[in-house]
Write a protein that binds this ligand. Structure first.
Ligand SMILES: C[S@@+](CC[C@H](N)C(=O)[O-])C[C@H]1O[C@@H](n2cnc3c(N)ncnc32)[C@H](O)[C@@H]1O
Length: 317
């Protein structure tokens, strides 16, 4: 099946890294390899890209679309969760890198290949695993998690105001029969929310599906671990750029960058800031970069994209 993904904020994400042609870079979310291809076009024979994806289909696709760069020894594909960035790079003998980027969330093929179970529109078994070898599936969450856990994820990760009604409806339905498919779940969610609100704010199941997907893949946990580890891997002058697609991701990235770039508590009455109090990181753009009107016209996925960038300015033991 075709693997087509329209890359979001292509130049902005890579150009923000101030690419050095001989530098070592990390793509944490290879997907359709759009960002990777553009970055690789700026590297010379000494430069290298390590590219992660936990989805084996993305890795197989990249073996084809990056065949020339692989043959030239400019890229290494790593089938792993980006939360393992430090250990996976250490296995490759890499200690520091010049830049790291993330384009979070799901790829278009994950949504469009209905059988993956991410889409409320395509009839499929409840799956939603980005990593096909992981054990937790949407089926297990929907059919076995207790009411309080369902309520927690639907309200926290879906920011769904009718989370209680939806969690109850799931519980009621599975007492009768197990919930097997995406469309069955979408129908339960739709029926659970008040009729008057069904016509506003997109498909009624959108937020619940987002919540279950985030839980299946522990998306926020992986981002937190990976960004923290990735910041430590940057050499001085090295940059990290992150594109997020919903407020939970963006809030987490903003907070992690804020903590990394904060000035520590200072003793009173200091005439100048001693070097040891200077933060190791500096946020490059206080306001996130968003897509231009032109990009928005061509790619609706770009609507919610927000790009944040941070630089390592010094190194402390
Ligand atoms: C939005 S797509 C990336 C698209 C890519 N930048 C492009 O230009 O084609 C996100 C990709 O990241 C992968 N991904 C998401 N979370 C991941 C994680 N924790 N570890 C590894 N890969 C992950 C997904 O499987 C998906 O293929």
């Amino acid at each position: 099946m075709a693997f087509e993904h329209d890359t979001v904020l292509l130049e902005q994400t890579i150009d923000a890294l101030d690419v050095i042609p001989h530098g070592v870079y990390v793509d944490c979310t290879l997907g359709g390899a759009g960002h990777a291809k553009y970055l690789l076009s700026q590297l010379n024979a000494q430069g290298h890209l390590y590219a992660f994806d936990q989805d084996i289909e993305a890795i197989r696709n990249a073996e084809q679309v990056l065949a020339d760069e692989i043959a030239a020894g400019k890229v290494t594909l790593i089938h792993d969760n980006f939360r393992n960035i430090a250990s996976a790079l250490s296995k490759q003998g890499v200690k520091y890198v010049a830049g790291i980027y993330y384009d979070l969330g799901v790829s278009s093929p994950q949504l469009d290949h209905g059988e993956r179970g991410f889409s409320y529109r395509a009839e499929a078994p409840l799956d939603m695993r980005m990593d096909q070898s992981a054990s937790l599936t949407a089926h297990e969450i929907v059919n076995t998690w207790d009411f309080n856990d369902l309520l927690r994820i639907i309200s926290r990760y879906g920011e769904e105001r009718f989370a209680k009604r939806i969690a109850r409806a799931i519980e009621r339905e599975r007492d009768n029969q197990s919930i097997e498919t995406t469309t069955q779940l979408a129908e339960i969610v739709k029926e659970a929310i008040p009729a008057a609100t069904r016509r506003t704010g997109g498909h009624p199941a959108k937020r619940t599906f987002q919540a279950i997907r985030i839980a299946v893949n522990d998306e926020l946990g992986a981002i937190e671990e990976s960004v923290e580890a990735g910041l430590k891997l940057l050499s001085v002058g090295g940059r990290m750029s992150v594109i997020s697609f919903h407020s939970l991701e963006d809030r987490m990235v903003k907070q992690l960058f804020k903590e990394a770039s904060a000035t520590p508590e200072l003793p009173p009455n200091l005439p100048v800031l001693p070097a040891e109090f200077e933060p190791e990181y500096q946020v490059i753009n206080r306001k996130p970069v968003v897509a231009s009107d032109e990009e928005l016209e061509q790619n609706h996925r770009a609507r919610s994209a927000k790009l944040r960038v941070i630089e390592r300015v010094t190194f402390k033991e």
